[in-house]
Design a protein around this ligand. Structure first.
Ligand code: HEC
Length: 240
């Protein structure tokens, strides 16, 4: 408690740059996990880890650091996310705050709803409706760039998979992303390209295109999730 107060006082004086450095170093200290807990978690997920090419050593390093220090030790981590562009939040945070709500805005913009009174076609009509879709496209385009910045953890320290055995645990996802950066960025780039298409569709005010883009976008979301979030399912269905 005392420590936190001291930190707060120091950072008000030193300004926001110091806050970033301090916040990340306190984070690293707070996230040190006992080896025993990590070892147990490794054992519990051993088959899935090995299927994904994760060695015990890599898993332990990732798990013990809670991700933070291992990520900052990654060569190249500073290329996109250095002192001037600190990475504060995780892939999961980007999904919850930017990617998912923006995709929903796009998907919900053009749809057919069935109720007791029949079918209702929903589509953007006013200038404002189209502006909303445009804003969602902008968030998808630039949110994809945020996904491509290296050194980002999968999820906040301590978060666990909500479907053990189906989804990987966040430290596993972090390692998987780091090892397959190109593939991860490929999915992010595909999402970005669709965002650009959606932006153009809002300029043309073309609802049919929004539907088409929405369908292809679903495949990109699912492709990245199956590769990095729940690849165990993929292995199982591929008969491995
Ligand atoms: C480049 C890869 C990638 C793309 C593209 C992607 N996601 Fe994700 N998403 C992830 C990863 C990795 C996780 C798991 C994060 C975790 O829980 O550790 C995730 C998790 C999520 C979650 C769960 C968040 C939570 O509360 O646990 C939602 C919702 C989500 N994504 C929605 C979407 C939607 C919608 C799209 C497409 C418009 C999309 N994602 C595209 C990588 C991606």
């Amino acid at each position: 408690m005392k420590r936190q107060i001291a930190t707060a006082v120091c950072c008000i004086v030193l300004g926001s740059a110091a806050l970033g450095v301090l916040a990340s170093s306190t984070l690293a200290i707070a996230q040190q996990k006992p080896a025993k807990a990590c070892l147990e978690s490794w054992r519990a997920n051993r088959a899935a880890n090995e299927a994904n090419g994760l060695t015990q050593k890599a898993y332990m390093a990732q798990c013990r650091s809670g991700g933070a220090s291992a990520a900052s030790a990654t060569p190249g981590a500073s290329r996109g996310a250095g002192k001037d562009r600190p990475v504060y939040l995780t892939v999961k945070d980007l999904m919850q705050s930017i990617i998912d709500p923006s995709a929903d805005a796009l998907w919900n913009a053009v749809q057919t709803i069935a109720d007791n009174e029949g079918l209702h076609e929903i589509m953007p009509k006013s200038q404002e409706d189209w502006a909303d879709v445009r804003h969602a496209a902008v968030r998808l385009i630039e949110g994809s760039n945020l996904l491509m910045i290296p050194g980002r953890e999968a999820a906040p320290a301590g978060d666990k998979s909500e479907a053990e055995g189906v989804e990987l645990d966040p430290p596993q996802i972090t390692v998987l992303i780091r090892r397959n950066r190109q593939s991860f960025n490929g999915f992010a780039k595909a999402l970005q390209d669709l965002g650009v298409e959606a932006l153009r569709a809002t300029e043309a005010k073309d609802p049919m295109q929004i539907i088409d883009i929405g369908g292809r976008m679903e495949n990109v979301c699912e492709g990245c999730h199956q590769t990095f979030w729940y690849p165990i399912e993929k292995h199982a269905s591929a008969g491995n």
